[in-house]
Write a protein that binds this ligand. Structure first.
Ligand code: NDP
Length: 278
């Protein structure tokens, strides 16, 4: 990789960011297209978020991904928000267009394409979504727009999930049931389980958001987590012969759409999959 005075900078802001595979994905693709750009990570604490976003303009950083915990708070510092990001209430991709900061959400498309790459469909499915944070919001919009049969949300903070459900019921013609996480055992009519919490990821990698009994009721289990590759939730699915998928293809697909927004180019997903697996 050649870095010189014309190299254009891209990156990720979050806290923490050291585990991210985004630099691998984007730097490989810049090299592939012979684009003189590099992608790196910036560990930005919440109190430094405003200064970091202002810094994008003054340093001329062309594009930024945003991750936990900044996806929602970053919105107030941007000049334009896409319709999708507005609906979701979270931004994961920023374009710096000559000093105008534009926010998008590519987690939504990342999730949808990840589901179809695994030959699953959302239409007419009964979904149990666990979580009510940024990832859950993007997934909820994808579910609402794809004619699922029913949506049940489980979350530790049940009030947060209720607020989210009410907003969505208003925006789409939907009925969403909401329960606290500890009520999971009481639920029936579960077809697809989607974990959109961080339970299963370090430091919680020995935990599952729901028990094996709950998993046994499902036909397909999806975990947004991709590190570890197989969370306890997915291990429950595996040992009960239930089809499952982790969030690896979601992260590749969200990166695909961020890269396209920044460069106008479609990177080769297969090349990226192979490179990262290696
Ligand atoms: P947020 O911080 O916005 O939300 C976190 C969610 O996890 C909330 O629902 C929270 O519940 C729940 N949670 C956290 N800790 C616990 C716990 N100990 N017990 C029960 N519930 C808990 O994060 P995001 O939504 O942005 O990210 C969630 C996960 O999704 C992360 O692991 C992230 O890496 C992954 N992700 C993966 C993507 C991919 O492309 N594969 C894309 C985006 C995210 P509560 O509301 O009660 O606090």
């Amino acid at each position: 990789m050649k870095v010189d005075s014309n190299t254009v900078l891209y990156g990720l802001i979050g806290h923490p960011v050291s585990h991210s595979i985004s630099p691998l994905i984007h730097n490989l693709s810049f090299e592939y297209f012979n684009i003189n750009s590099i992608y790196t990570v910036f560990d930005v604490t919440p109190e430094n978020l405003e200064n970091a976003v202002k810094g994008l303009k003054s340093l001329g950083i062309k594009g930024i991904n945003v991750t936990v915990p900044h996806k929602e708070n970053v919105i107030k510092y941007l000049d334009y928000i896409s319709e999708e990001a507005k609906l979701i209430g979270a931004v994961n991709t920023i374009i710096n267009s000559d000093g105008i900061l534009k926010g998008y959400n590519t987690d939504y498309m990342g999730f949808l394409e990840s589901i179809s790459e695994n030959n699953e469909v959302l239409k007419e499915r009964d979904i149990l979504l666990i979580g009510a944070g940024g990832a859950a919001k993007a997934i909820l919009i994808a579910l609402a727009k794809n004619d699922v049969n029913s949506i049940t949300i489980l979350n530790r903070d049940v009030q947060k999930a209720e607020v989210l459900a009410k907003t969505l019921e208003k925006d789409f013609n939907l009925k969403i049931e909401v329960y606290p996480l500890q009520d999971a055992e009481k639920l029936n009519n579960i077809d697809m389980i989607i974990n959109a919490t961080s339970v299963g990821m370090a430091p919680d990698f020995e935990k599952s958001p729901v028990s094996e009994n709950v998993v046994k009721k499902a036909n397909f289990v999806y975990d947004v987590i991709y590190n570890p590759e197989k969370t306890i939730l997915l291990k429950y699915a595996e040992r009960n012969n239930i089809k499952y998928q982790n969030g690896f293809s979601m992260v590749i697909n969200q990166a695909y759409h961020s890269f396209k927004l920044w460069t106008g180019k479609n990177f080769d997903k297969n090349l990226v999959y192979k490179h990262i697996q290696k």
